[in-house]
Every structure is written in C-alpha cells, then in structure tokens.
Design a protein around this ligand. Structure first.
Ligand code: NAD
Ligand code: LMR
Length: 336
C-alpha cells in the first residue's frame, strides 16, 4: 500500500512486534531530546542495540526527520517518532527505559549551574510525564546540571507518589569514559583494559576520580595525580571550549550514554555482575559504584579507602549537593 508523509515521519509502518528474534526479550526505550546533539547519535547507537525492540524518539523539534532517517537502519528495533509536547505521554507509555538528553548545553564561560533555570523546567515537565505514563521505567538522566536535575526528578516523583530511588539514575558515565581514556594514556595501556571508578557529582571539583582504586592496580606520581584529576574534572569544559560556542560533548556523551543504557538493560534482563558508576539519590554518596539488576540499582557499593585529598573532596561534595537538593525542592514544591 502507498505510504504517506506522516507515516514516514512517525516511524515504522508495518511491524508492531516487541520481541527480538531468537527468543531474547527486547526492551522498549524512549529518548527524550532525540533530535539534539546527543540525541541523534544516541538514537543511532540504540537502534543498533540488540536488546532494544522498540525505540521511541521524542523531541519538541525535528524528531520526524531523525525518525525517518534512523528507521531505515536494518536492525531489529521498531522506531517511532513523536513531535511536540502533546505527544510526550504517547512517547512514554509502556517504556522500560527512558533516556533524557533534553535541554540546553553550555557555551564557553558558563558553568553547568547556569543551565539550571531552563533545564530544571524541562526535566520537571518530562518527569511529570514519566510519573504518569511509565512510573516503573528506569530513568537515565543526562540533562545538566545533573547534580540538580536528578534531585528535581526525585522531587517530582515523590510528589506523584511514584519515587523509587532504584530506578532514577543520573548519567555520569562520561566521567568514567574520560577517566579510563586519560589514565590509559598515562599508563600506556589500551583504555578497554582500564577501569577507573569516578564518584561524587558531575560538575568541576565534585567529579572525584578514585585514582587510588584504578584497575589494573597501579600508582601515580603527585604530578600525574594532579594532571589526571584536573583533566577528568575539566573534560567537559575542554570540549565546550574546543567547540567554541557550538555546544558541549555530544559524540563521546552518546557513546557513554549507550554504554550506560546497555548496562541498565542487561541488568533488567537479569544478567549477573553488572556494575557501573551512576548518580543515585540514595545514600551513601551521590555518584557511586552500583550494581544494576532487574529493578534498577540493587546495591550501592561503599567508596572504599580514600586518601586525604579524596576525603576532603567528599566533604565539599556533600555541602554542594545539600544546596542543590534544597534548590530542587524549592523548584518543585515552592510552598514547602
Ligand atoms: P542540544 O541543544 O544539541 O539538544 C537538546 C535537545 O533537547 C534539542 O533537540 C531540543 O529540541 C531538545 N529539547 C529542548 N526542550 C525539550 C523538551 N521540553 N522536551 C524534549 N526535548 C527538548 O544539546 P545536547 O548537546 O544534546 O545536550 C543536551 C543536554 O545534555 C545539555 O543539558 C547538556 O549540558 C547535557 N550533557 C550532559 C552530559 C553528562 O555527562 N551528563 C554530557 C554532555 C551533555
Ligand atoms: C560534559 O561533562 O561534557 C557535560 O556535562 C557537558 C558540559 O557542559 O560540560
């Protein structure tokens, strides 16, 4: 039968199956902000993920073109597009995993906190949609400032009575990806062999790479430690400055987001031993090493032995994070 333009822009025309061939369960994943700098490569990479059976691409602009484009890839996931706020609920209904890169990025000279006013509103609206349409979904929140947008989402879910700290995760995987890369450079290793836990938050000094816990076991000189800590903490700014006004990290972020989303999906599938760093809202410490399972975060690991520098950063992260939480509460529940 002939197809019309609307069918092309909204995605797959004939297939409605939600199972990946071969018997393994496929998951339904929504990307909100799918037409953006992160959203587009993220959509492409998620379309290539064999664990995804249905991929919903939502944005307030340009999602029809991205949907038409991505839907031509000959991989299993069924792709559907949703344009505009009045389609948000449809985009979210039935989703297992919701990935959120919606929001404005930094320009040179800005901090991530400068994005709070705009992005807090965007995340609040999206979180209200999630609470209503897919309260059991795992949420991967990328929009900055992560230190504040995750508390905003938590407060919206609490207000709606759907809050489950196991399912709300701020994505700090890019810090880990950078740490693995920079540490591997210093050690002269393949980055795929290196694992650096990064804890704390996702802004400047709150990004705390635990260089004392790098695998494979190694040690660094004082100069190496200072160089690595500073480079990892300022990786985002390095990209913002190199892009000179054209935005922040998008490609490495899409890569990191897919790595993290894939870990969440493997956890949902019931795979054992899926351990990553993520920003969580339960104690003990914001971005932490966590074990992912069928219900999201199933275990939060203690930080392990810290050196004096790491202990002092820990104290300042706590102070900053308390402020972010109060701001989030005021934003979501101004009367409290
Ligand atoms: P971008 O401007 O290229 O794309 C953002 C997209 O969000 C746009 O397509 C825009 O239309 C869409 N959008 C805006 N309002 C929306 C709404 N209400 N609902 C749905 N979509 C909406 O920006 P980008 O480079 O993709 O970055 C997105 C966000 O991710 C920024 O806040 C950035 O700071 C953040 N970021 C986080 C990390 C991290 O490590 N967590 C890394 C890089 C970027
Ligand atoms: C990053 O770390 O690259 C992101 O948080 C984007 C930014 O503004 O630095």
């Amino acid at each position: 039968p002939p197809i019309n333009q609307q069918q092309v822009e909204e995605g797959n025309l004939w297939r409605s199956d939600c199972r990946v061939k071969g018997g393994s369960p496929g998951f339904k994943v929504a990307i909100l902000g799918a037409a953006g700098g992160i959203g587009q490569p993220l959509a492409m990479l998620m379309k290539m993920n064999p664990l995804v059976s249905v991929l919903h691409l939502y944005d307030v602009v340009n999602s029809p073109g991205v949907t038409a484009d991505i839907s031509h890839m000959d991989t299993a996931a069924v792709v559907r597009g949703f344009l505009g706020q009045n389609r948000l609920e449809e985009a979210l209904t039935g989703m297992d995993l919701v990935i959120i890169p919606a929001g404005v990025p930094r320009k040179p000279g800005m901090t991530r906190d400068d994005l709070f006013n705009i992005n807090a509103g965007i995340v609040k609206t999206i979180s209200e949609g999630i609470a209503k349409c897919c309260p059991k979904a795992i949420v991967n929140l990328i929009s900055n400032p992560v230190n504040s947008t995750v508390p905003i989402a938590a407060e919206v879910f609490k207000k709606a009575g759907t809050y489950d700290p196991r399912r709300l995760l701020g994505v700090t995987m890019l810090d880990v990806v950078r740490a693995n890369t920079f540490v591997a450079e210093v050690l002269g290793l393949d980055p795929r062999e290196v694992s650096v836990p990064v804890v704390g938050g996702h802004a400047g000094v709150t990004i705390l790479p635990l260089l004392s816990q790098v695998k494979p076991a190694c040690s660094f000189t004082k100069e190496e430690t200072e160089y690595l800590t500073s480079r990892i903490q300022n990786g985002g700014t390095e990209v913002v400055e190199a892009k000179a006004g054209a935005g922040s990290a998008t490609l490495s972020m899409a890569y990191a987001a897919v790595k993290f989303a894939d870990a969440c999906l493997r956890g949902l599938r019931g795979d054992a031993g899926v351990i990553e760093c993520a920003f969580v809202t339960e104690l003990p410490f914001f971005a932490s090493r966590v074990r992912l399972g069928r219900s999201g975060v199933e275990e939060i690991y203690p930080l392990g032995p810290l050196n004096e520098y790491e202990r002092s950063v820990k104290r300042s992260v706590w102070r900053r994070q308390r402020r972010s939480w109060v701001e989030a509460l005021i934003r979501v529940c101004p009367s409290q």
